[in-house]
Design a protein around this ligand. Structure first.
Ligand SMILES: Nc1nc2c(ncn2[C@@H]2O[C@H](COP(=O)(O)OP(=O)(O)OP(=O)(O)O)[C@@H](O)[C@H]2O)c(=O)[nH]1
Ligand SMILES: [Mg+2]
Length: 354
């Protein structure tokens, strides 16, 4: 990929330079307005890809290549849209303009911002929240939306998987006090999470199992009849290991209806997030759980990752304790978080007070 930074007085001028030098296939990687000695300068970083086949995803087979190719043409059409219309936020009604500027400040990915901009330009009457709602779906954790008996929490080291798993167990118990819940640790025996799970299982009167081999999974499958919910705590994986093959090796990939939730923190940088997604997304991954919201100061990645993966958000976790620190996701939680940095607990209190 050839990357170059262009500067000029206006976005239009800089885009014209980009097009002249890199051609119509160039994509915008970043765009910012700077002030130099009191003068406004627009700076755009753009890139050209020699051919879609040279992108890293292309090696992963035809499907990835097709997905990349469609993504690439979407990006290109955005660029063309930009070149002709310019990303001139002043053309939008001021509320929409402020909202887009705010989302940019929240570090929502530039491609997503362009798609939002294009949507708003197409239909100036459109509500930003309804376009965002199409990009970032929610499906709240609970029996109705997630009836699967086997559910697992995956995610990088230390993201809060074990804590989330316990919170999900407590949430299910709150929803269905008689529910028979089994907490299962799929750690390899080294992690302390299994001891924590075992301890809480005893305390809460829930079953506890360890899953270290396909045989353990087969035994639990055979005795799973009485359980309403089996929650599996998956370990973080070292570099180079992917969750898909890990599930297969452990015999979990063959469990019918297994629903894997991916826990992520919005504090993760964009590149790190891409690396996590590449390793932790599997065919069994059905939702995103956002953790450590209480520690985050920007929430743009919730939009970026929701849009990029198409996965719904099932739960939001905030705070180190177990109680009152998880909310089954609702759209308004996301918007309050994104636009007001308001945690779901506070949102619920507002509702109760209203
Ligand atoms: N502030 C805050 N701390 C959290 C949250 N969730 C978990 N923690 C803390 O983060 C630390 C790691 O949590 P765990 O649940 O052990 O994370 P994990 O992903 O299971 O970690 P490993 O199994 O070691 O990969 C603990 O000290 C938790 O108390 C959260 O939402 N907010
Ligand atoms: Mg753990």
């Amino acid at each position: 990929m050839r990357v170059k930074t262009f500067r000029g007085a206006t976005t239009a001028q800089v885009l014209a330079q980009v097009k002249a030098e890199l051609g119509a296939d160039a994509v915008i990687l970043s765009s910012k307005t700077l002030r130099e000695g009191g003068t406004k300068v627009c700076e755009i970083m753009a890139a050209v890809e020699p051919a879609p086949a040279s992108c890293p995803a292309a090696g992963q087979g035809g499907q990835a290549e097709a997905a990349w190719s469609s993504e690439w043409s979407q990006i290109k059409s955005m660029l063309l849209g930009l070149a002709s219309d310019r990303l001139d936020l002043s053309k939008l009604p001021s509320r929409q303009r402020q909202a887009l500027e705010y989302l940019e400040d929240q570090e929502v990915d530039r491609g997503v911002l362009l798609r939002l901009y294009a949507g708003l330009k197409r239909d100036p009457e459109a509500s930003l929240l309804s376009i965002l709602g199409e990009m970032v779906r929610v499906r709240p954790f609970g029996r109705r939306e997630w009836p699967q008996k086997w559910q697992a929490v995956s995610g990088p080291y230390g993201v809060g998987k074990t804590t989330v798993l316990l919170r999900l167990a407590l949430e299910r118990r709150r929803e269905a006090p008689a529910a028979r819940i089994c907490l299962a640790s799929a750690e390899d025996g080294q992690g302390k999470g299994r001891l924590v799970l075992k301890h809480y299982a005893e305390l809460l009167g829930m079953a506890f199992r360890e899953l270290r081999s396909p045989e353990d999974v087969a035994v639990l499958t055979a005795e799973s009849g009485p359980f309403d919910l089996i929650l599996v705590d998956l370990p973080g994986l070292p570099q180079g290991l992917e969750l898909g093959p890990y599930l297969a090796r452990l015999g979990l990939a063959g469990v019918p209806g297994l629903a894997v939730h991916l826990a992520l923190s919005p504090q993760t940088s964009r590149r790190q997030m891409e690396a996590f997604l590449a390793r932790y997304l599997t065919k069994k991954t059905v939702s995103l759980i956002w953790t450590k919201l209480d520690e985050a100061c920007t929430f743009g990645s919730i939009v970026t990752v929701g849009e990029a993966t198409g996965l719904p958000v099932s739960a939001l976790a905030y705070g180190p304790g177990l109680r009152a620190s998880l909310a089954p996701a609702e759209a308004q939680h996301l918007w309050k978080l994104l636009f007001k940095s308001e945690l779901p607990a506070a949102a619920s209190r507002d509702q109760a007070a209203a």
